[in-house]
Design a protein around this ligand. Structure first.
Ligand code: NDP
Length: 240
């Protein structure tokens, strides 16, 4: 029997793209969502539906999920990975930046959950994987709104897990430390960006996106009766 459908949000780069490649190699049909459609197509994965969807658009997320389920059958998992990190000091940061982080990292994640959860509950089967961060467990300078958004991801995951445990739906939180991706590139504060790059160098190199993808695969591929609630991972040299 063919492995079931998995949905990955933010699959156009970094952790999402690495996870898409890995799960496709295990034979899963995929629904890949991000705004940059050409980057999704460039992955050239088999049995994959790519849709240009802004994760903050709840209707578009639901429509894409419905389309994929019609083509490949019910979604067995969603990996809510789409996120932005716009670091800044509250005294200086344009409020539009923290608004965007909350919209994408929190509301976008809820949109992903909302699109698949009723089906999973009805089938008494399914896995929701939320990509949070170590910044969802502890605070860092210049991270006020980002940490706020990722602490929210941790709280949403744990509370949702409690709500759906009785329906046999798993909720898994993945909390990586620093990973080499495009994420930092969107921060507009050049001084903070430089400090962050130095921090990455000081620890002797950060995780690769493939390390996080492998962790997601491991958590997902446990038997359905086993719910790994949270995995925290970081480069061995990351002290914070
Ligand atoms: P990237 O910037 O490489 O990837 C982010 C992904 O999110 C892209 O595919 C991007 O696609 C997508 N995305 C952003 N905004 C939207 C939106 N409005 N709608 C749909 N998709 C969107 O970074 P990472 O791979 O590092 O980030 C993935 C997740 O991992 C994030 O949640 C991040 O917070 C988390 N994380 C990352 C760490 C790191 O050090 N890199 C550490 C801990 C957690 P597009 O622009 O095409 O829409």
């Amino acid at each position: 029997m063919r492995p079931p459908l998995i949905i990955i949000t933010g699959a156009s780069s970094g952790i999402g793209a690495a996870t898409a490649r890995l799960l496709a190699s295990h034979g899963h049909p995929l629904l890949l969502l991000a705004r940059r459609l050409e980057r999704l197509h460039a992955l050239q994965l088999p049995d994959t539906l790519c849709r240009a969807v802004d994760i903050t658009d709840r209707t578009a997320v639901r429509q894409a999920v419905a389309e994929a389920e019609q083509q490949f059958g019910p979604a067995d998992a969603i990996i809510n990975n789409a996120g932005v990190m716009l670091l800044g000091k509250m005294t200086q940061q344009d409020p539009a930046e923290w608004e965007r982080m909350l919209e994408v990292n929190v509301k976008g994640l809820l949109n992903g959950i909302h699109a698949v959860l009723p089906g999973m509950v009805a089938r008494r089967h399914g896995t929701i994987i939320n990509v949070s961060s170590i910044a969802g467990r502890k605070t860092f300078p210049g991270h006020v709104a980002y940490c706020g958004s990722k602490f929210a991801v941790h709280a949403i995951s744990e509370n949702l897990r409690e709500e759906v445990a009785g329906h046999h739906v798993r909720v898994i939180t993945i909390a990586p430390g620093a990973v080499e991706t495009e994420l930092l590139g969107h921060t507009s504060d050049e001084a903070i960006k430089q400090d962050y790059q130095q921090w990455k160098q000081q620890m002797g190199g950060v995780l690769a996106a493939e390390d996080v993808a492998e962790t997601i695969r491991f958590a997902y591929q446990q038997p359905q009766r086993v719910a790994i609630r949270e995995i925290v991972l970081a480069a061995t040299g990351q002290q914070a």
